[in-house]
Design a protein around this ligand. Structure first.
Ligand code: ATP
Length: 588
């Protein structure tokens, strides 16, 4: 398939923000795509080469791309850098530069999607000392044969700056229309995506096998399942109202969620955001298979740091020490954990997702043999407010965050945040009602004791409709000196020359970052704001939402990607919830 077809559609998509138009362009693109290329097209549209959980990173630095453009165009590096500063995007700068190209290439090879994809894949696989030169050779070989517009999109994909404003849902809408003529079938595609986390694979199946194939799509070992998430409740009485007469109350442990895929030969661990985290937990890989009574299984558990002498749970931050590439063995002995199982998703060749909770819990208890290292998450069946209160007390006293309440007769809803699971935390009872997980998008330099570090951070929510990060507050409290040092170290590596186009903020930050790092923040209130962009125009025209008196809780949410941060929809719900409480209070 000619790469020009894709490049032309990408150019049209960049020029609009309207979801209907974007979907229509995608439908036309898919209709022009041969089945054997569809998966690659879907990955490229998302700026990827493979699904996230495979961890294939392009890893090309701007400097290298500048050199490649210089090589292909015959222009000096200085001129390319100055065009880049003018345009704010290297891909767009390359279009201008290559249009002025004086040397023509004879016998230019046609650029196909297959060739671009294969070359990018080779670039991603290169490692070692000579890899930079090889990468440059590959990039300039593509640029030599590409038209200026093709070159611009190749570079955007390479540098991770392709911004189309399409979330997975839009891609699935378009796949449903292109291959089944009905957007309604999106739900069936969504199910397949939720159990495979691989949109390319879903596209390939719908293209080759149609609706029949996608309906039969099943859970597979080593393909991570998108996690089921919980809604919030504020009180025991709210919980009873939503959950009914009898339900499970499990401790909500403050650790890292781990999805374990285990066969006789192999163990792979995925994080909440489906990153492969096997290498951080050699102790789980070594010990757990011996404690499992099954040949193939997918389990969910919370890994929690513990005090080995007392067995007490320690806060989540202790697990940060495991995030290292080297000397992991030392971290394993210095920062021991227990692994606390709470669900089973697949067992000996069969999906367990459709089974009701009660049956899954029973199966789980038959599969895992408990000991000092492996445990089940403590669970009680509760029927009234007092019983919930008691389990909550016990859970808080043993160092947990609160409770996860689960309906006994409901299936596991992969990838959904719904009412079958609810979370009840102590902190929900005061002030805002919950903490928020926000993305660091910018910073302001500190003064006084904070000179040389970032004194205040600019934070954003995720707008999952537009796929952008909208500013919601500046935060300067809650940081210890250690936090400030650590954040400065982490964030210095994320500084960008220009504000990333996915950031929506009118503030003038001293520095801008790649929107990647997620922090947990509490606040006293959500207010309307003329400045901030979160949920802009939703509650009131020309106003967004902002946090009043935000404070960092000390938690860096390493297990969350920026797209897992709190969404504008969640903030709107909290805003409306606080309105309701103040109305209720004034009526008392
Ligand atoms: P939070 O910010 O409250 O951790 P979240 O956005 O990560 O929430 P939620 O669905 O809101 O995800 O809360 C579920 C999280 O709580 C899970 O991702 C998991 O890490 C953790 N957890 C702790 N104990 C349990 C449990 N018993 N059952 C399910 N999840 C649990």
């Amino acid at each position: 398939m000619e790469f020009a077809i894709l490049a032309n559609v990408l150019a049209k998509m960049e020029a609009t923000k309207k979801r209907l138009e974007l979907t229509q362009y995608l439908v036309e693109l898919f209709q022009d795509t041969p089945n054997e290329v569809i998966a690659r097209i879907v990955y490229l549209l998302q700026g990827k080469l493979r699904p996230d959980f495979e961890g294939v990173e392009l890893g090309v630095a701007e400097k290298l791309a500048v050199r490649a453009i210089a090589k292909s165009s015959g222009m000096p590096i200085k001129k390319i850098e100055s065009e880049y500063r003018k345009k704010g995007d290297l891909g767009n700068a390359a279009t201008v530069i290559l249009e002025q190209k004086t040397q023509t290439t004879f016998l230019a090879e046609d650029i196909t999607v297959e060739r671009v994809y294969d070359t990018l894949y080779k670039i991603a696989s290169l490692e070692g000392s000579r890899s930079q030169d090889m990468k440059m050779k590959y990039i300039s070989s593509l640029l030599n044969d590409a038209t200026p517009i093709e070159a611009s999109f190749i570079l955007k994909i390479l540098l991770g700056t392709l911004r189309l404003g399409i979330a997975e849902n839009t891609v699935m809408d378009a796949l449903a229309i292109a291959y089944t003529s009905s957007k309604e079938n999106r739900k069936i595609l969504e199910r397949a995506y939720n159990v495979s986390s691989d949109l390319g694979q879903v596209a390939e199946i719908i293209a080759n096998e149609g609706l029949d194939g996608i309906t039969k799509f099943e859970v597979k070992l080593f393909n991570p399942i998108r996690p089921m998430l919980a809604d919030r409740v504020k009180s025991e009485s709210d919980a009873i109202e939503k959950m009914g007469k009898r339900f499970a109350a499990e401790y909500k442990l403050d650790g890292e969620r781990v999805q374990l895929h285990i066969s006789n030969e192999k163990v792979i661990l995925f994080s909440r955001s489906l990153e492969n985290i096997t290498s951080y937990y050699p102790d789980i890989v070594e010990k757990i298979p011996n404690m499992i009574n099954a040949s193939e299984v997918i389990l969910e558990a919370e890994a929690v740091a513990i005090n080995e002498d007392t067995g007490e749970f320690l806060p989540f931050q202790e697990l940060m020490h495991r995030r290292r590439k080297y000397k992991i063995e030392k971290a394993v002995t210095q920062y021991p954990i227990t692994i606390n199982f709470f669900d089973v998703l697949f067992h000996n060749g069969k999906s367990c997702l459709e089974l009701p909770y009660e049956q899954r819990r029973k199966t789980l208890e038959n599969i895992v043999k408990e000991n000092d290292f492996a445990k089940y998450v403590p669970m009680e069946i509760v029927t009234n407010e007092n019983e919930i209160e008691e389990v909550l007390e016990n859970s808080i006293n043993s160092g947990c965050e609160g409770l996860m309440l689960k309906m006994l007769d409901k299936p596991y809803q992969a990838g959904a945040r719904g009412n079958y699971w609810l979370k009840l935390k102590r902190e929900y009872r005061n002030e805002l009602g919950d903490s928020l997980d926000l993305v660091v998008i910018g910073a302001f330099f500190g003064k006084g004791r904070r000179t040389g570090r970032y004194g205040t951070l600019l934070l954003a929510t995720y707008d999952d409709d537009q796929d952008v990060f909208t500013s919601i507050c500046k935060v300067g409290t809650g940081f210890t000196d250690e936090d400030l040092d650590q954040l400065y170290q982490i964030l210095s590596n994320k500084v960008t020359i220009k504000k990333n186009p996915r950031i929506d903020s009118d503030m003038e930050a001293d520095v801008w970052f790649e929107p990647e790092l997620v922090l947990e923040v509490v606040a006293s209130e959500i207010t309307l704001s003329p400045i901030h962009k979160a949920a802009r125009d939703t509650i009131r025209k020309n106003a967004g939402l902002a946090l009043r008196f935000p404070k960092f809780t000390g938690k860096i949410r390493i297990e969350k990607t920026a797209e897992d941060a709190s969404t504008n929809q969640e903030v709107i719900t909290l805003y409306r919830g606080q309105k309701k409480i103040s109305q209720d209070k004034s009526q008392v």
